[in-house]
Design a protein around this ligand. Structure first.
Ligand code: NDP
Ligand code: HSE
Length: 439
């Protein structure tokens, strides 16, 4: 061990995760060397604006505003991409691979949208691309699925995989904080994406689910197959009504390998308050995985933030260093399955997805309105679990009506909503969220 020279790395990006990674590498250098068998030395790093103050000691590191000098530097063995987004990250990663460098990245957008191209290039060059930090921050969910659960057929997984959404939903529920105010907090804490619309519109969770589904089921990465709904526009009223019915609202991701095909979806979901997932709060993430042999298991931890994410980045670095002496073909496959064994699988048609629902609508307060709504639901064989008519605000011309349904096919629910919204007694659009009890 003592005779091997240090492995030299170049870090692209010195923002939240880049700074966290440098800090963890420096603080834990001794333990990391003992585990990797060689020391890991950051020789160069890049950022757009080098005059910006950063919470990191960069002494001894060559700093540059030109990331291309790093990916082509013959002295660098591993490139760590922590810029984010598609370009220039994609181009930089592909160039690093072509220059024979291993890559570690936290970039879920890049892997979800261009992973097939990146992994093919890496195979051709005989290098590794590691991306544990791309999903669920500090939780080793990729390694768990890819390695520890390799003996299982994965039946489904579900979880909270966006820290920003969970932070916002928790703050709204616990402090009655406004959506915009807590989104600004999540940004200040370094949790949100450069464009926070990726978080609140569910796109970031959909990127992560694309990656998890490929690794769980052995299918190619295909972001377009994910049904994607975010938390934008979610109202405090819905959080309160859900609480009165015994539920919390969480932004959940589901990958299910069911009899009707594979379902991939991310959306706000009512979860019974007694379940563990309902009690995963703030920036914490949690992923429930069900394998045929292991049964259901839960992984939980910080889903975003500088050092939790750095924990995954550095774990990947140690893995890559340990694998340097292993023939490329004998390394753990990037997407868990051998590249030539990935295969397309039928998707469950959107209308066939089954879920229970929470509906909130506003109706004119007059006799017969509730009967008409229940008639429409009944005609589509949608059975009602609970119905509430909370006190309207003083002087309001319409009253809120809250309905919880039993499990129903999505196509039937779409049709019911269409028919109810057409009624003249109904004001505006119906708010609907799926309900998941995990029973
Ligand atoms: P930041 O925005 O904090 O940092 C990005 C870094 O990249 C900055 O140093 C920035 O330079 C540099 N940079 C940005 N654009 C360019 C460009 N066009 N060319 C060269 N350099 C550029 O992002 P994060 O650290 O939060 O995220 C990095 C990656 O990690 C992303 O893929 C993100 O999705 C992922 N990730 C983030 C997590 C988090 O908690 N923040 C958790 C898990 C994954 P400068 O500093 O000068 O502006
Ligand atoms: N913006 C992401 C989140 C970062 O909030 O979960 C972690 O991937």
């Amino acid at each position: 061990m003592a005779n091997l020279p240090p492995v030299k790395i170049g870090v692209l990006g010195l923002g939240t995760v880049g700074s966290g990674t440098l800090n963890v590498l420096r603080r834990n250098a001794g333990e990391i060397t003992r585990r990797a068998g060689r020391s890991i030395e950051v020789v160069a790093a890049s950022a757009r604006d080098l005059s910006r103050p950063r919470p990191v000691d960069t002494s001894g590191i060559r700093l540059t505003t030109d990331p291309y000098t790093l990916v082509e530097d013959p002295d660098i063995d591993i490139v760590v991409e922590l810029i984010g987004g598609v370009e220039p990250a994609r181009d930089l990663v592909l160039r690093a691979i072509r220059h024979g460098k291993h890559v570690v990245t936290a970039n879920k957008q890049l892997i979800a949208l261009h992973g097939n191209e990146v992994f093919a290039a890496a195979r051709e060059a005989g290098v590794s691309v590691a991306f544990e930090a791309a999903v669920a921050g500090g939780i080793p969910v990729i390694k768990t699925l890819r390695e520890a659960l390799a003996g299982n057929t994965i039946q489904w997984l579900a979880g909270i995989i966006n820290g920003t959404c969970n932070y916002i939903l928790t703050a709204m529920a616990e402090r009655a904080a406004s959506f915009d105010e807590v989104l600004a907090e999540a940004q200040a804490l370094g949790y949100a994406e450069a464009d926070p619309a990726f978080d609140i519109d569910g796109v970031d969770a959909a990127h992560k689910l694309t990656i998890l589904a490929a690794i769980a089921f052995g299918i190619p990465l295909d972001f377009d197959r994910v049904l994607c709904e975010g938390i934008r526009g979610l109202e405090l009223d819905d959080i309160r009504y859900a609480e009165q019915l015994g539920y919390r609202i969480k932004h959940l991701a589901f990958a299910v390998n069911g009899t009707r095909g594979i379902e991939l979806r991310v959306h706000p979901t009512l979860v019974p308050e007694r379940l563990m997932l309902a009690n995963v709060n703030d920036v914490m993430n949690a992923v429930l995985i069900c394998g045929d042999a292991v049964g259901p298991m839960l992984l939980s931890g910080a889903g975003a933030g500088a050092e939790p994410t750095a924990s995954s980045v550095v774990g990947d670095l140690v893995d890559v260093v340990r694998g340097l002496s292993v023939e490329a073909d004998n390394r753990v496959p990037s997407l868990a399955f051998q590249p030539d064994a990935l295969s397309e699988a039928p998707m469950c048609p959107a209308g066939e997805i089954e879920s229970a629902y929470y509906l909130r609508l506003r109706a004119v307060d007059q006799p017969g309105v509730l009967a008409e709504i229940t008639r429409i639901l009944g005609s589509l064989r949608i059975s009602i679990e609970a119905i509430r008519q909370p006190e309207p605000a003083a002087g309001a011309a319409t009253v809120p009506i809250i309905i919880l349904t039993h499990t129903v096919r999505e196509a039937a629910m779409d049709e019911a909503i269409r028919q109810i919204e057409e009624r003249p007694e109904i004001e505006g659009r119906i708010t609907r969220y799926r309900v998941e009890t995990f029973e």
